[in-house]
Every structure is written in structure tokens, then in C-alpha cells.
Design a protein around this ligand. Structure first.
Ligand SMILES: [Zn+2]
Length: 437
């Protein structure tokens, strides 16, 4: 992007005037941002740090780490053997220029090969210029847009000013592995609580937030580092929502062990209408225990509420059911131990559905106007549930456990067919009653 506004032109000139990053900074990076590596090849250990080669003892060949006898480096073992090895990291250099806070991002490659000492490549790929209001302007190299990797920088392109949304692209949100310890920062950042550490937060994000967002400033000054990291991560809205509780946390100098769990716990406190000003609730000794306790409490409450709702629903349905089907109540047919009777209570529909694991209750068969539902039992045990069409006076369904017929199926059907006339009689009674009125 070509700089257009006065401020963009000013920044482009300032960026071009910055001194290149000094050699000693690269030397620091080479010693501090990479691991030391070793590799096992043809039953020999190769130190990729000092090029020493030695024969290992049997036990050490499968260890994840080993120590080089020559350079005494603690070597991480490469999980695979090949000719070239590469490690990539980012680091940042923090300086000031003309009243701006500048964060310079460098990509570093470490190339390793057996029998050689490593070689390095460093390239400044990005600069964040932050003004005292916390506004960020970013310069970066061009990238290969067709590459799927995150580090597809075109190393021979110049640092160019990027549009505002560039930094919001997750691909370019880079949190460097380390920051060069000699940092130069604006006095206003020190006033807003910055000392020497960025606490694993991307420096440009931390600085711009400290300059523009009083919440970030408060969290840093009160050393609520977990909350600060969480807040500048993905959860600004959540912390804002819980700001009252956060203030209680700060006042009590309470350290939150697990922020997401604590936030869940805040939601639960809110559900139970607890006072979020009160340290007793907001700062529990053991946040996991407090959280689990309320989860359990809420679960029980919901279960009770559900049961209560169900009870009310059944009561209501019972009234309707009784007025529809009362004339069939008391009907039952017997054949030895087998007994078929009309189901009289809606709650018995539920029991029948639970025992035989079918849907006679869930699908509300008690509400079907043209159906009469009976249960075939042997002693207390339900065998099958029967649906009879009142208009056709025939058996529509007769089903046992999981909708399959029981071994008494034909006996049940026979007993039913012999007694359908009794059901018919009860229907007639109602009709004659109607006529006589
Ligand atoms: Zn070595």
C-alpha cells in the first residue's frame, strides 16, 4: 500500500530512517530463542550444535533428551533423521522513535546439518508503530499469498505500510517467542503500569491496549496477569461483563487459578442471584470445588423443576383423559394369570412406556380420541400394550418390549377378540344415555 495520508507518509519516512537491527541482537537471538538439537543416525549421536559425534550407551538411544559430552548442551532429539534440519522462531525488538512505540518483528531460521555447526538467517518482517493513543500502524514484507504456511514472507520485498485490517488477520497476528530484553518504551507506558515483561502477550497488543483501554491498565497495575492474558486473548466481552466481580477480585488481591472456570462460576453465581460485590462468593478458596458445587446444585434444581412441570402436565392430561374415557374404566378381561385392563391413569402410561420402552407416553396416546389403550399383564408385569380403534372396534397395535411381540402375543389377541363386545357395550351405553336425555 502506498502511504497516502500525512501521517502515513511521516511513518514511512520514520520507518526508513530506523537503524538496522544490530548484530549483537542477532547473536542474542541465536543463543536464546532456539533449542539445541541432536539426532541419532546409524547408531551414532550427532550434536547439531557443536558437530560432535559419539557412540551412545544402549539406554540413552530412546531418550527424548541427551547431553552432548563435548559442548555439554542439553540436546532435544530429532524425532526423525534426515540431511537438513530447520527451526523457525520469531523474536521482537522494542524501541521508540519520534514519540512512537515501535515493535520490530524478526523471523529467524536455524539451519542444522550433521557434522556442521548451525547457520542462521534473520530478517525483519514486520514493524508495529503505536502512537500514544494506542493506534497501531503496521509495516510488513509482502507474503506469498498462495503458500499455505504461516511464514511465507517474500524476503526481498520492502517493508510496506499495510491496511488497518491487516493486523486483524489471524495469519499475521504473531506473538514472538521472545522479546530482546533491552527494551525502550514510551514514558506513558511506564505510567500505565508497564515494567519489563510482556507476560507472553504479543507486545504490540499489550502496548496498544495499555494506551487505549483502562481495563488492561487496571489489570496490569493490580498484577492480575491471568485475567490480563485472558482479557487480551479472545474474551474481552466476558471480562467486561464480569467487571464488578473483577473489581472485587482486585480489591481482595485474589489470584484466579483458572480464569475460564472462574467465569463459568460467575455465571452460576448470577443464576443463583448471589452478590458479585461479595468476596466470599467471588474469591473462593478453591474455584474448581466452588464451581462443581454450584453445577451440581443447578442440575438438581433443574431436575426438580422438570419433574414438577411433568407432574403438572400429567395432572392436566389426567382430567382430560378421564372425561374422554371414563366409561371404559374398570374394564378388564382374564385368562388364567393373564389380565388385560384399560389404563386409567396418565401416569400409568408413563410407567408402561418406561417398562416396555416404547412411546405410548411420549407420543401421548392418552390424548387420542378414537383410541382405547389397554395393558396386558401377568401379575404386576406388563407384557404388551394394546391400542383399539373405537370407531372400527379393532386392534390397531399390540406391542411388547421395544415394540416386539411377547411370547403371550396370540393368547392376548385371542382374549381381546373374545371381549371386544364388552367395549362395544360400553360405547352403546353412552349413546343410549345421550338419546335418553
Ligand atoms: Zn555438542
Amino acid at each position: 500500500m502506498i502511504p497516502k495520508t500525512i501521517i502515513e507518509k511521516q511513518l514511512a519516512a520514520l520507518s526508513a530512517s530506523l537503524a538496522p537491527i544490530r548484530e549483537e541482537v542477532f547473536t542474542w537471538a541465536e543463543q536464546n530463542i532456539f533449542l539445541k538439537w541432536g539426532v541419532l543416525s546409524r547408531s551414532k549421536f550427532y550434536c547439531l550444535e557443536c558437530a560432535h559425534v559419539w557412540k551412545p550407551s544402549c539406554q540413552s538411544t530412546c531418550a527424548k533428551f541427551t547431553t552432548c559430552p563435548a559442548c555439554v548442551g542439553k540436546l532435544k532429539m530429532m524425532p526423525y533423521n534426515q540431511v537438513h534440519f530447520k527451526e523457525t522462531e520469531y523474536f521482537a525488538v522494542v524501541e521508540t522513535c519520534a514519540g512512537f512505540q515501535v515493535v520490530r518483528m524478526v523471523i529467524s531460521h536455524k539451519h542444522m546439518k550433521k557434522n556442521f555447526t548451525p547457520t542462521y538467517f534473520h530478517k525483519e518482517v514486520m514493524q508495529h508503530w503505536i502512537n500514544p493513543k494506542g493506534e497501531v500502524c503496521t509495516f510488513a514484507l509482502a507474503v506469498n499469498v498462495f503458500s499455505s504456511t504461516l511464514d511465507a514472507w517474500k524476503f526481498y520485498s520492502p517493508l510496506e505500510i499495510k491496511p488497518k485490517d491487516f493486523i486483524r488477520n489471524a495469519k499475521f497476528y504473531i506473538n514472538p517467542y521472545r522479546v530482546y530484553p533491552q527494551m525502550k518504551t514510551l514514558p506513558i507506558l511506564k505510567r500505565n503500569g508497564f515494567k519489563t515483561s510482556v507476560y507472553d502477550i504479543a507486545p504490540h497488543l499489550l502496548f496498544s491496549s495499555l494506551l487505549s483501554d483502562p481495563i488492561a491498565e487496571t489489570l496490569l497495575k493490580s498484577r492480575q496477569l491471568n485475567l490480563l492474558q485472558y482479557y487480551l486473548g479472545a474474551s474481552r466481552q466476558q471480562i467486561k461483563r464480569n467487571w464488578q466481580a473483577v473489581k472485587t477480585v482486585i480489591r481482595n488481591n485474589y489470584k484466579i487459578a483458572d480464569v475460564p472456570i472462574w467465569e463459568d462460576y460467575m455465571e452460576l453465581l448470577r443464576y443463583f442471584k448471589k452478590d458479585l460485590y461479595c468476596a466470599l462468593y467471588v474469591c473462593p478458596d478453591n474455584v474448581h470445588k466452588a464451581h462443581d458445587h454450584l453445577v451440581q446444585k443447578k442440575r438438581e434444581l433443574l431436575r426438580k423443576k422438570k419433574l414438577q412441570d411433568l407432574r403438572l402436565e400429567i395432572e392436566k392430561a389426567q382430567k382430560r383423559y378421564a372425561s374422554d374415557k371414563k366409561r371404559f374404566f374398570g374394564l378388564s378381561f382374564h385368562d388364567g394369570e393373564l389380565c388385560i385392563s384399560v389404563i386409567e391413569e396418565v401416569r400409568d402410561f408413563m410407567q408402561e412406556g418406561d417398562d416396555l420402552r416404547h412411546c405410548v407416553f411420549t407420543n401421548e396416546y392418552y390424548g387420542r380420541k378414537d383410541s382405547l389403550i389397554l395393558s396386558a399383564k401377568m401379575g404386576e408385569k406388563s407384557l404388551e400394550t394394546i391400542e383399539i380403534s373405537l370407531s372400527k372396534m379393532e386392534v390397531l397395535q399390540c406391542r411388547g418390549l421395544k415394540n416386539k411381540p411377547s411370547k403371550h402375543h396370540s393368547q392376548i389377541l385371542l382374549l381381546l377378540s373374545k371381549n371386544l363386545y364388552q367395549i362395544r357395550n360400553r360405547m352403546k351405553k353412552k349413546k343410549t344415555k345421550k338419546i335418553s336425555r
